[in-house]
Write a protein that binds this ligand. Structure first.
Ligand SMILES: [Zn+2]
Length: 223
């Protein structure tokens, strides 16, 4: 899943108004930010199998550290606790931990059964939404739309950058999402991991957006 994770980050702003969208993107996407690093280190493995699923050619051979339910929960506790130590904001810390864990739950909706419950677990989870491009686009598109709506209502732009930087990120994410259905499958796992490292870009980008927007107390703050 791609857009759905950003949707969680955008929506979470409503529940953690003092926390930057950058921190929320880091949290909701944390497992996918770790994953390419672990692939490049050779700790986790992926194969490219064109046609494996209608909406994904990725055979996730193993990813026990980034993508097991147990480690997802632990990463969530770690990020939430880290935030609490720095900011002393219990509510935001809980939102952050839940956002990290939500990644595994959303991935479970789209992946085939390849998500382990814990490292080495024989039980693997996945409900296979990626078997249908139409269903994938409908679910991810709807989640993304709701997320954007919630962020735009929870904040208002301080200046023009607050509008333009947000719109640009939304458009780029949508382009990346859609191009995944048309682009030829990636050449190698290494290529996928290097492209995955590129997703780190959205963390500082989201901090930048958030710095140019203020929390809105009134509903219906404009884009
Ligand atoms: Zn993931």
């Amino acid at each position: 899943m791609l857009l759905g994770h950003y949707a969680v980050a955008l929506a979470a702003k409503r529940y953690a108004p003092r926390t930057s969208l950058g921190t929320l993107v880091l949290s909701a996407q944390f497992l996918d930010l770790l994953w390419p690093i672990f692939v490049l280190l050779g700790w986790e493995h992926v194969n490219i199998v064109p046609g494996l699923m209608a909406a994904s050619p990725f055979d996730f051979v193993d990813y026990p550290i980034s993508h097991s339910l147990l480690t997802a929960a632990l990463w969530g506790v770690l990020l939430g606790a880290g935030y609490y130590v720095l900011r002393r904001n219990r509510r935001s810390a809980i939102v952050i931990a839940v956002a990290v864990l939500s990644h595994w739950l959303l991935d479970a909706v789209v992946h085939r059964p390849d998500l382990p419950l814990w490292p080495g677990s024989a039980t693997k989870v996945g409900f296979g939404l990626w078997n249908s491009v139409a269903a994938t686009v409908a679910v991810e598109g709807l989640l993304f739309f709701i997320g954007i709506l919630m962020y735009v209502r929870a904040t208002r732009p301080r200046d023009r950058t607050g509008t333009v930087a947000l719109a640009a990120m939304v458009v780029l994410l949508a382009v990346i999402f859609v191009s995944g259905f048309f682009a030829p499958p990636p050449l190698s796992a290494r290529w996928v991991a290097l492209a995955g490292i590129g997703l780190w870009l959205f963390v500082p980008w989201a901090y930048w957006i958030d710095a140019h927007r203020a929390a809105s107390r009134v509903h219906g703050g404009g884009l």
